[in-house]
Structure formats: C-alpha cells, structure tokens
Design a protein around this ligand. Structure first.
Ligand SMILES: CC(=O)[C@@H](O)[C@H](O)COP(=O)(O)O
Length: 257
C-alpha cells in the first residue's frame, strides 16, 4: 500500500486525463487501469471546448480521487491562483504543482516551483511537485513543505522513458522515506517497470495511454508492469555481473569409458 499525505492507495499508477479520443474512452481507460487517482488540468479544461463543466462531471463519476494540476502555468502567480481555483472546483487540498519554464522541453522552472510550493504549503495545500531529478531542488522542495516528490524521467509527452537512470537511482537513495513518483516521459510499460525496479513508489503518466491505439488495453498493461516492477524491487534482484555463473551446480563430472 502507498501512503500519500496520509491517504492510503492500492494502485501505484496515477493517470492523466488529457488527450483521450473521447470521454467514454477516458472512462474505460481509468477503469481498466484500476487507478485510485487521476490528475486533471483545471486550466486546460476550462479553456477548452469541453468547457469544464461536463468534463469535470465525468471525472466525478469515475469514483477515483482527483489530483488537480496546474498544467500550463508559467509563473508562481498563475500556479498559485490555479491551485486555489482547483481547491474550490474539486474540494481538495491536493495539487500537482507544475510551473513550466521552457516551451520546448516543458521542463519545470524549479526556482518558481519551490517558491510556489512554499506559498501553497503555507496555505494548507498538499503539494505534489512536478520537478527534475536534481537533488538540491528536491531538498528545497522538502524544506518548502512538500512530502512527496515527482521527478520527471523525460520531457512530458516525449515517451522517451528514463533518460537518466543514475540520477533517478541516486534520488531514490537520497530520499529513502519520501514517496517518489516518476511523472512524465514514460512511453511504454517496460519504462514504468524499470523505474519501479529502482524502488520508486508510483508512476504518473498520461500520453502513453491516451495516445495508444487501445487506451484501455494500454492502461491495463501499465498496471501490470508497475505491479511487476514493484514486486521485483521488493523481492531483491540480482546485480548484473561480467562473468558467467553456472545456474546448475556442477557436483562431479560424468565418466564415460
Ligand atoms: C497529465 C500530466 O500531469 C502531465 O503533465 C504529466 O506530466 C504526464 O506526462 P506524460 O504525458 O509524458 O505521461
């Protein structure tokens, strides 16, 4: 079981709700994933053609916890305002905090992120910061009040998978007791399994499921991979080695005369 800000969840997959071919397919994918938490972009939905209301109503019928996010925000002020609106709309103090710093990579502006995290934590929000794999930034986020960290493994929507495994590994080692959720850049179930095998607590993803030919089937595939990676980490995996080791012990040699 995974505990996030005192809330226990069974599923280690957090699913995004953007870019699905239709609301019905989104609902199918959420059910197939068995996720407990979906993330919803307040700005995108309110600005988009779905006009917020009907989409938010659909989300409420899914029976899962909502983690609103500040996707599309580029400044501290925008992110803080969006978080406050999300708290009203979804009646939750959880917020996935994104403050984007670069249009091409969609990488977070980590300076603004820390500042916004400090403001929101001070106002009672439970902040889930979308961050890089930088340990110093992570320390500042913890000091600003975050009790969960969400490092990227690659740019949002890139589907590249973990591009810097040593950095993710050292983040896990540096924060052994902090819930760590890989957020963004996962493209395949095998990518999710790899980060879970590092000991990560969960994975948040969107594009790889929403953009699949069959989103519900892909959601189920991710759920299986995440669970497999988590079980493997706990089971204790072998370290790779250079030389062969016979898998069948050689006790004696057969004698042929
Ligand atoms: C939905 C959401 O919050 C995204 O901003 C998130 O970072 C997921 O990234 P991918 O779409 O790459 O999975």
């Amino acid at each position: 079981m995974l505990e996030l800000y005192g809330h226990v969840v069974a599923s280690r997959l957090l699913l995004g709700t953007a870019r699905y071919p239709s609301p019905a397919i989104l609902a199918e994918a959420v059910h197939a994933s068995k996720t407990d938490i979906v993330t919803v972009s307040l700005r995108r939905e309110m600005a988009g053609s779905r006009a917020g209301g009907a989409f938010f109503e659909l989300i409420r019928t899914l029976g899962v916890r909502v983690l609103p996010n500040t996707a599309g925000c580029h400044t501290v002020a925008e992110a803080v305002l969006t978080a406050k609106m999300a708290r009203e709309v979804f009646a939750t103090d959880w917020i996935k905090l994104e403050v984007i710093g670069n249009h091409d990579t969609l990488q977070p502006d980590v300076f603004a992120l820390v500042e916004a995290a400090r403001i929101l934590s001070g106002e009672g929000f439970k902040v889930f910061p979308y961050t890089t794999d930088d340990l110093v930034v992570a320390e500042h986020l913890m000091e600003a009040g975050c009790q969960v960290l969400m490092p990227w493994c690659a740019p949002i929507g890139s589907a590249m998978g973990p591009v810097n495994l040593p950095a993710l590994r050292s983040m896990r080692a540096h924060f052994p007791d902090v819930p760590l959720i890989v957020d963004a850049g996962i493209g395949r179930p095998s990518h999710a399994a790899i980060v879970m095998e590092l000991g990560y607590d969960a994975v948040l993803l969107n594009t790889a499921v929403a953009g699949a030919a069959d989103p519900a089937a892909m959601a189920a595939a991710f759920t299986g991979a995440i669970e497999a990676g988590h079980i493997a980490f706990r089971a204790g995996m072998l370290e790779p080695r250079d030389m062969a080791v016979p898998s069948t012990p050689v006790i004696g040699k057969a004698v042929f005369s």
